[in-house]
Write a protein that binds this ligand. Structure first.
Ligand SMILES: Nc1nc2c(c(=O)[nH]1)N[C@H]1C(S)=C(S)[C@@H](COP(=O)(O)O)O[C@H]1N2
Ligand SMILES: [Mo]
Length: 332
């Protein structure tokens, strides 16, 4: 169950902010109890969503997406979860416009059925799959990740998804595959933002193979117990929690295994401002602003306080070894 706070929300009872140090030390046990408790109560997705939604009535009911709590290290932050309402009304999805409110307003036109993701390039077993296939492969996992936008705001979202590394193992990359490129949907019929010239559409992103294989990298099909809302990248998007938000491409149609570092949309659009890696790094300023602090969405108004941005968005213990020996100022 969730606990209501005075100000504006619900927090998980295992949050470090409300539990005593002894209980905090037993967080793992508490976590298990919590998930068992939620199951025992038969908490349906609607009840769960309502709790997260904090009374957002305008929201459309989406199908539930069952998931088990992830055991991956670092996958369950204990920070307060952003409200469903904030997470679905303050978005970046330039295909639907440049305003934060545009995706919630216009993405309902996105056609997500039928949808399949093509896996191609340097793999032994090229394939095409959809959500139903993934559900046959194994249980979806819930993971509570921070996501920080390069613009200086962040959220904490309970994502549901499948480990990208598990998909990669299924398709058996060739030794020559060194990078993975993600290509997202382009549909001029439904995406009014395509008319803007900032991006050379489709929006593409990329990861080095070891980044793509990292256990934290999530191919995400849902959030808050349900399938992905369109404004958040339905039906499938990436979530790479230690990188700036734009690396987490929405509405993916192609996953391509390649030998050379692929061009990625933002580095192509503004090479002096965005690089291939785009790891969250408070020590490397954006040429036009500092990256030292961030604003947590939902903590606005009177109580607004900025937080210090953490190295690798707080996932340093899990991912720093991927970049050992690399100059992170040069490789930004
Ligand atoms: N296809 C596509 N994916 C995208 C974007 C986009 O404009 N188009 N914006 C990115 C940016 S800048 C961020 S911060 C995150 C935002 O995800 P959210 O709206 O679910 O919080 O999505 C990323 N994925
Ligand atoms: Mo972003």
């Amino acid at each position: 169950m969730l606990i209501r706070t005075q100000q504006d929300g619900f927090i998980h009872p295992f949050s470090s902010e409300i539990t005593s140090p002894e209980v905090y030390a037993n967080r793992r046990q508490l976590l298990r109890q919590w998930s068992a408790g939620a199951a025992a109560l038969g908490m349906g997705s609607w009840a769960q969503r309502e709790a997260f939604a904090q009374g957002s009535s305008a929201a459309v009911k989406l199908p539930a997406l069952p998931a088990t709590q992830s055991g991956v290290q670092g996958a369950m932050t204990v920070e307060k979860v952003t409200s469903y309402k904030d997470a679905t009304s303050y978005n970046n999805f330039y295909e639907f416009g440049l305003d934060k409110t545009d995706p919630a307003r216009y993405a309902h036109t996105l056609k997500t059925t039928p949808w399949s993701i093509e896996v191609e390039g340097l793999v032994k077993k090229p394939t095409r799959f959809n959500l139903e296939d993934v559900m046959k492969w194994g249980a979806m996992q819930e993971r509570i990740y921070r996501l920080r936008c390069v613009e200086g705001w962040s959220m904490v979202i309970p994502w549901i998804g499948y480990s990208l590394s598990d998909l990669i193992k299924r398709v058996e990359p060739l030794p020559s595959a060194k990078f993975v490129e993600f290509v997202t949907q382009v549909d001029p019929q439904t995406m009014p933002g395509l008319r803007s010239g900032y991006i050379d559409w489709p929006f593409t992103e990329g990861l080095r193979m070891d980044e793509a294989m990292h256990p934290l990298t999530l191919l995400s099909f849902g959030m808050y117990g349900e399938v992905m809302p369109k404004q958040n990248g339905a039906p499938v998007r990436l979530v790479v929690p230690w990188k700036y938000g734009f690396k987490s491409g929405k509405s993916i149609v192609k996953i391509r295994f390649v030998e050379k570092q692929p061009m990625v949309s933002w580095a192509k659009a503004a090479p002096q401002e965005y690089g291939f890696y785009s790891n969250v790094n408070p020590l490397v300023d954006h040429p036009r602003w500092s990256q030292a602090m961030e604003r947590r969405i939902g903590e606005g108004g009177l109580f607004e306080k900025k937080r210090k941005t953490l190295m690798f968005n707080g996932y340093e213990a899990q991912v720093a070894s991927l970049y050992a020996g690399m100059d992170l100022v040069k490789n930004f």
